[in-house]
Design a protein around this ligand. Structure first.
Ligand code: SF4
Ligand code: SF4
Length: 254
């Protein structure tokens, strides 16, 4: 939970602490957090995981959600953490990442995403969203303004839709220096301080000097840098934080 940033406040809500996954404490999505206490909120607030600290609630922080009800009343949580779907061109097979807004829908209220106020907000802002019920079950919701048919489209893939990690977003920027379809995703990552969180759980980190020793830098697309590993010539990307400056999570090209 967060403190209020405007005239909206959490009150007795606590829905984010049930619906969202928290990797740091192995909490699955749509499962009540073991630290969540009725009437008090987070029992470990002062020492809560970094991912809980850096996360922002879309209902509290985004002016575009001003017409929406508090999450425990609307039964969904708007999660500004970046994610994407991939559009595959049928003729060329080229895959293009498209940013989506994550909305965690309470499985006890599976149709909550039909809230007219939510639909109006998504349509007005031409926002494609992914409606998530748990770690895997989800569908992509296209507003009429994003399609030519003039109707809402709920696209349920034959495969289940896991969230993308920063590493997968990194992979999506490979070769994207000419036409960068990931700018929106990367901006959202920076706005959410996601690199700082990813650094906290990274297996290995490099200082600038260590990076120059082990890799040749090709280009920057914050918060990622495209590199070639000197030891074996493998090209890939790494995430980095500005301050303190560290490089981490090397992902080889696919
Ligand atoms: S979902 Fe938003 S409003 Fe509800 S408790 Fe979490 S941060 Fe507060
Ligand atoms: S650790 Fe605290 S803030 Fe994080 S999900 Fe659990 S109850 Fe919520």
């Amino acid at each position: 939970m967060e403190v209020a940033l405007n005239n909206r406040t959490c009150g007795d809500c606590q829905l984010c602490c049930r619906l969202l996954p928290v990797k740091d404490i192995a909490k699955p999505a749509s499962t009540k957090c073991k630290h969540q206490k009725h009437g008090t909120g987070c029992a470990i607030y002062a020492t809560r995981p970094l991912s809980c600290r850096v996360w922002s609630c879309g209902w509290l922080t985004d002016e575009a959600t001003a017409t929406l009800s508090r999450p425990d009343r609307s039964h969904y949580v708007i999660d500004p953490s970046p994610d994407f779907i991939e559009y595959e061109d049928n003729e060329t097979g080229a895959r293009t990442p498209i940013p989506v807004l994550q909305i965690w829908c309470d499985p006890k209220h599976p149709d909550a995403h039909r809230d007219p106020a939510l639909r109006a907000m998504l349509e007005e802002n031409r926002v494609i969203s992914i409606i998530r019920y748990n770690n895997l079950d989800a569908f992509v919701l296209f507003p009429p303004s994003a399609l030519t048919g003039g109707q809402w489209h709920e696209h349920t893939s034959a495969t289940r839709v896991a969230g993308h990690s920063a590493a997968e977003i990194a992979n999506a920027i490979q070769g994207a220096t000419m036409t960068d379809h990931t700018e929106g995703l990367r901006r959202a990552m920076l706005a959410d301080n996601q690199p700082l969180h990813d650094l906290a759980v990274a297996d290995q980190r490099w200082t600038t000097e260590e990076l120059q020793r082990d890799f040749t830098v090709q280009s920057f697309a914050a918060p990622f840098v495209v590199v070639t590993r000197k030891a074996d010539g493998v090209r890939g990307s790494m995430e980095f934080t500005h301050s303190p400056r560290f490089y981490f999570n090397f992902v080889a090209d696919r």
